[in-house]
Design a protein around this ligand. Structure first.
Ligand code: R5P
Length: 271
C-alpha cells in the first residue's frame, strides 16, 4: 500500500488503538432534514472534536463545517435517490474523485445494495470508484446498505455484502451489528465498522451493541442517530469513544454518560 493510502486510512483508524470513532451525518442525502439533524451546523459543532472522522456529503461539508477543522473528512459520494422515490437502491456517483481531493477527504464512501435489482449498477459503481481511488491514494469505504428493509440485517446477508465489498476493493467496510457478527467480521478481509441504525431504546442498548461489535471483530463505529438523536449527544459520543478506544464495558460507559450528562447541570447549580 502506498504512503498516501496508508496515511489516509490512519486518519480514520487511529494507529494508537487500531480503532475508529466515525460520526455519520450524511443522512440528509436521501432522508432530507432528519430529526435532530435539521440544522447541520448545530448538530455537528459540539460533536466534531470528539470524532476521529466525520462522514457527510460535499454540500453539508461546504455549507456547515469550518474549513479549519482538524477532524478528517470521509465524503459520501453515492446517492441520487430519496426516501419517497421508487427505490433507495437506485444510486449513482454524486461527487467526483477530483472534488473529493479538492475537499481534502481522507476517504470516499459509497453504498451497495446487494440482492436488489440495482446490485450490478451499485457494484460496478463501487469498482469504478475503487479504480479512481487507488489511482490517487484515496480509500473507498463501502456501506452495506439495506434501505428500508431493516430486517435484512442478518449474519448471512451482511457476511455476503461485506465480503463482496472487500473483494471488489473497498479498504474499509461499514455494516450493521447482528447476531453472529463474529462471522461477518472474520470473513471480511478488510476492517469493518458498524453503523448504529435507528435510535435504540436506551443508551445501554447502544453501548452494548458497540461493545459487542468491537469484541467480535469490528474496528469501530460509524454512528449517527444513536449519538445525535440522544438528548445529550456529547455525553453519548464520549461514552462511545471510551468503549471503542479504551475497551470500557457497557455499564461503565453508562456511568460515564450519566456523569457527563450531569456536568453542565451541576456547573449551572453552583452559579
Ligand atoms: C446511511 O446510509 C447513512 O450512510 C448513515 O451514515 C449510516 O446509516 C450511519 O448512521 P446511523 O448510525 O444513524 O445508522
Amino acid at each position: 500500500m502506498d504512503w498516501g493510502m496508508k496515511n489516509r486510512i490512519s486518519k480514520i483508524i487511529r494507529p494508537e488503538t487500531g480503532r475508529a470513532v466515525m460520526l455519520a451525518v450524511d443522512h440528509g442525502y436521501f432522508l432530507g432534514p432528519t430529526r435532530d439533524l435539521e440544522v447541520l451546523k448545530k448538530t455537528i459543532s459540539p460533536l466534531i472534536t470528539y470524532a476521529d472522522s466525520l462522514m457527510l456529503t460535499r454540500g453539508a461539508l461546504r455549507s456547515s463545517v469550518d474549513s479549519q477543522t482538524t477532524t478528517p473528512i470521509v465524503l459520501r459520494v453515492s446517492g441520487g435517490s430519496s426516501v419517497i422515490g421508487e427505490s433507495l437502491a437506485n444510486e449513482g456517483l454524486i461527487t467526483s474523485m477530483e472534488d473529493a481531493i479538492r475537499l481534502n477527504a481522507v476517504a470516499v464512501a459509497i453504498s451497495i445494495f446487494v440482492g436488489t435489482q440495482y446490485e450490478k449498477q451499485n457494484l460496478l459503481n463501487m469498482a469504478e470508484l475503487v479504480n479512481q481511488g487507488e489511482r490517487v491514494g484515496v480509500p473507498v469505504l463501502a456501506v452495506t446498505a439495506v434501505g428500508k428493509e431493516l430486517g435484512k440485517r442478518d449474519q448471512r446477508f451482511l457476511s455476503l455484502s461485506c465480503r463482496i465489498a472487500a473483494e471488489l476493493g473497498a479498504r474499509i467496510v461499514k455494516t450493521y451489528y447482528c447476531d453472529g457478527f463474529e462471522k461477518v467480521a472474520s470473513t471480511c478481509p478488510v476492517p469493518c465498522v458498524i453503523a448504529g441504525g435507528p435510535k435504540l431504546e436506551t443508551e445501554l442498548d447502544a453501548f452494548e451493541m458497540t461493545y459487542n461489535a468491537i469484541k467480535k471483530g469490528a474496528v469501530g463505529v460509524d454512528m449517527g442517530r444513536n449519538i445525535w438523536q440522544n438528548p445529550k449527544p456529547v455525553a453519548m459520543i464520549k461514552a462511545i469513544r471510551a468503549i471503542v478506544h479504551e475497551n470500557m464495558k457497557p455499564q461503565e460507559a453508562l456511568k460515564l454518560y450519566e456523569c457527563e450528562k450531569n456536568l453542565k447541570k451541576s456547573a449551572a447549580k453552583k452559579k
